[in-house]
Design a protein around this ligand. Sequence first.
Ligand SMILES: [Zn+2]
Ligand SMILES: [Zn+2]
Length: 348
Amino acid sequence: MADTKSHPQIADGLDRDPAGFWQPERGAAPPNPVFDWPPRPLAALKWLYNYFFPWNLLYMAIATATWLYWQPALSRCVEFRADWILEMFIRNVVMLIVIAGAWHVYFWGSKRQGMKYKYTTDWMATDSRKFTWGSQLAENVFYSCVSGGIIWTAYEVLMMWAYANGTIPYLDPREHPIYFGLMLCSIQLWRVFHFYWAHRITHWPILYKSAHYLHHRNINVGPWSGLSMHPIEHIIYFSCILLHWIVPSHPIHVLMNAQHAAFTPAQGHVGFEKLVLKGERGFGAASYFHQLHHRYFECNYGESDFPFDKWFGTHHDGSEASHAAMREKRKAAHNIDVDKDVPEPANA
Ligand SMILES: [Zn+2]
Ligand SMILES: [Zn+2]
């Protein structure tokens, strides 16, 4: 990696390399210690705490509230009808705009945190031929709300229709409260498991060239970049919802799974390591692990909660050692020097 020096133009107190990149001191999140051998119980407990608090609990609450207050009754979902389908589509897009919009307005619009804990010194591209209408933000919002909104809602509609017709088993939380709770708690882990494989196959050259290239136009990512995907990729990405076709679940599980897929990319791509509340206190925000994927393409296909990247040799934690390993691999495979920051990935 380039020598770390203070970036002369930016007075934010962070050590930036000459290209303006800042890396958190610990690098990317380490692989989940739950999978370590010999076991490390204290590290595993710390991971478990961070797994739930605060974001996962918040997404569980949103899914529950959606079911209780903003879900058309299943008795209306027996037939595919425009009224309830439209209601769900509008609900989903409104929620996406509120959540992704909040991340965007806070960090990128009003720049409330300035450059503090920002990975790059760039903001959204406003005049780039790479993006539709020349605007990164407009393209990101369009693909998120239109393609993302339609395909996400289509999966939810299919599931609600299947529940209404008894095609798939309905899990009653009063009869199986423990199963219900465990299932709800496991959804984030399932999502990370599914995301690795869904993402990995979109790097297969045929799918990359026809679909995933669109997401990777975003090298400097912002909240709306997260769900900015080609419709083919949305179909693959949101297929995580089909789990509930096979595994007995309650519609809250379906909503949690779908909303987790729809809402967490905004946070993951927010481009700031931390949401600062007071002094240095705050909450972890973006995924630096995934930020490195947008910079280098051929590493970090999943998230560190499920250490597939570690097991398959594509883990990049931001250290000199993992960077050197990736550089050698890419040189051998494509004769490309990653330190020159190639504009397109090798398999594009
Ligand atoms: Zn991404
Ligand atoms: Zn990718």
